[in-house]
Ligand binder design. Structure first.
Ligand code: HEC
Ligand code: HEC
Length: 398
């Protein structure tokens, strides 16, 4: 037997000895199992850029400034819309969404019937997280870089210039547009890869895994959420586990017109002839002909909705309880939601020009109720529904 065959015969044993030696050394050095999967070079650069205020004209506003990781990547304050721009004195037009669970969003599409779905932003105008991320960097009321070249200037003087160069190559500085795309790519990759953006660790997720029971009130709320005659919430806020086992996202990525009341706090609403029409008013004009989509906005996920401080696209509704009451009382008791005109009529659907009122959803539960009728959910049922929605907050620890 030569040394080769001897070694080969004992190889499995040697392997085991070596592995045990490495393991005991590692334990001796205080090694612990990594808590998080490691991010790719692009994604970990994206993490740095996401938190870097030097990429904004004000020098004070990073992505995290509006999308705070401690608030489910939504705003920390209770302003209806966030402030941005070079002096942070520009009021945004729409409320700031949570960035959680977005990476499962399909691209925007119109089906054979012309029904829209997918896309990012309240009006689905960006097709991917990559395309989306360029928006806030250049938006004059957000991070307010005047051009790709201006952003590149800031980045090249900022704390992450060398890292950026290491990931994308030194030639990246030559082409401002390519550099902007690279920044957006890193930001998108961070949101896709980091499990913080989609932890699936709410009480409800534990419940689906059979690890935590719902309380009686939460269980009643869950039933109301799905019941087509009662809440009917799941009709849009999809509550099914996907065929691949992925837990529900609480959105079907569709669009709808809920007739949310106008928010008089918003700067652009000082002009009574100005309306935020959502889909049909997309800046690229692609849906200008689709009057039926005037007033339609994206169905958001309801994960982490209980920690939000302002609700719907214009931030007019200020609490979860108010949002739920709005759903069931909008048409039964409109005077509670819309201003009353001097002549005494209620200005229903007052955030839409009168000619588009017919596009407000009035057919489906819980909106299928006439003026003065009993709301689809009573007070106790609304509380149960709220109790259920509280189970959708990330970070549940038994
Ligand atoms: C000034 C506050 C502000 C800053 C800063 C900001 N955002 Fe946003 N973000 C918003 C608002 C408001 C919207 C919704 C705008 C709309 O729908 O028209 C939004 C939407 C988004 C969306 C789409 C959400 C959805 O539901 O489709 C993503 C993704 C996003 N932001 C990522 C980022 C990234 C990445 C950055 C940094 C480059 C950033 N944001 C910086 C306020 C901000
Ligand atoms: C026909 C589709 C549809 C149904 C049914 C529906 N929703 Fe919604 N939901 C939407 C759309 C669209 C929005 C965003 C509308 C906007 O901002 O203009 C929304 C927004 C919300 C918001 C605000 C979320 C945020 O991030 O600001 C809450 C809360 C909510 N829905 C809860 C519910 C509950 C609870 C039910 C059942 C009682 C329900 N929804 C039924 C389509 C629907």
């Amino acid at each position: 037997m030569n040394w080769r065959t001897a070694f080969a015969q004992k190889a499995p044993l040697w392997g085991l000895v070596a592995a045990l030696a490495v393991l005991s050394l590692a334990i001796g050095l205080g090694w612990k199992a990594p808590a998080k999967p490691t991010l790719s070079a692009q994604a970990s650069l994206g993490q740095l850029l996401f938190h870097d205020p030097s990429l904004s004209a004000s020098g004070q506003l990073s992505c995290a400034g509006c999308h705070d990781p401690l608030h489910a990547h939504g705003p920390a304050n209770d302003l209806p819309t966030q402030m941005g721009g070079p002096r942070l004195d520009q009021m945004g037009q729409r409320s700031t969404p949570s960035l959680r669970y977005l990476s499962f969003t399909p691209a925007f599409a119109l089906d054979a019937q012309g029904k829209p779905s997918g896309g990012f932003f309240w009006d689905g105008r960006a097709n991917s997280l990559h395309a989306q991320a360029m928006g806030p960097l250049l938006h004059p009321k957000e991070m307010a870089n005047g051009s790709a070249a201006e952003l590149v200037q800031r980045l090249s003087k900022g704390p992450h210039a060398r890292r950026f160069e290491a990931v994308f190559g030194a030639q990246v500085w030559q082409q401002p547009q390519a550099a902007l795309e690279a920044v957006a790519l890193a930001l998108a990759q961070y949101q896709i890869e980091d499990p913080q953006f989609h932890p699936f660790d709410s009480l409800f997720d534990s419940h689906l895994r059979g690890q935590a029971p719902l309380s009686p009130a939460q269980a009643r709320g869950w039933a109301l959420f799905k019941d087509p005659q009662k809440g009917n919430c799941a009709a849009c806020h999809n509550a099914d586990t996907a065929p691949d086992g992925r837990h529900p996202l609480f959105t079907d990525h569709s669009y709808d017109n809920l007739g949310v009341p106008r928010n008089p706090q918003l700067a652009h609403n000082r002009d009574p002839s100005t309306f935020d029409l959502g889909l049909c008013q997309r800046p690229d004009g692609s849906l200008r002909q689709r009057n039926d989509l005037c007033g339609a906005f994206k169905v958001p996920t309801l994960r982490n909705v209980a920690i939000k401080k302002v609700f719907f696209h214009n931030g007019q509704i200020k609490s979860l309880s108010e949002a739920l009451h709005f759903y069931v009382e909008r048409d039964t008791h409109p005077q509670r939601w819309y201003p009353t005109r001097p002549q005494g009529q209620v200005a229903v659907y007052n955030d839409l020009p009168a000619r588009w009122h017919r596009h407000v959803n009035q057919n489906e539960a819980p909106y299928d109720r006439a003026l003065g009728a009993a709301p689809a959910l009573n007070e106790a049922e609304i509380q149960d529904l709220a109790a259920f929605l509280h189970t959708l907050t990330d970070g549940y620890r038994p």
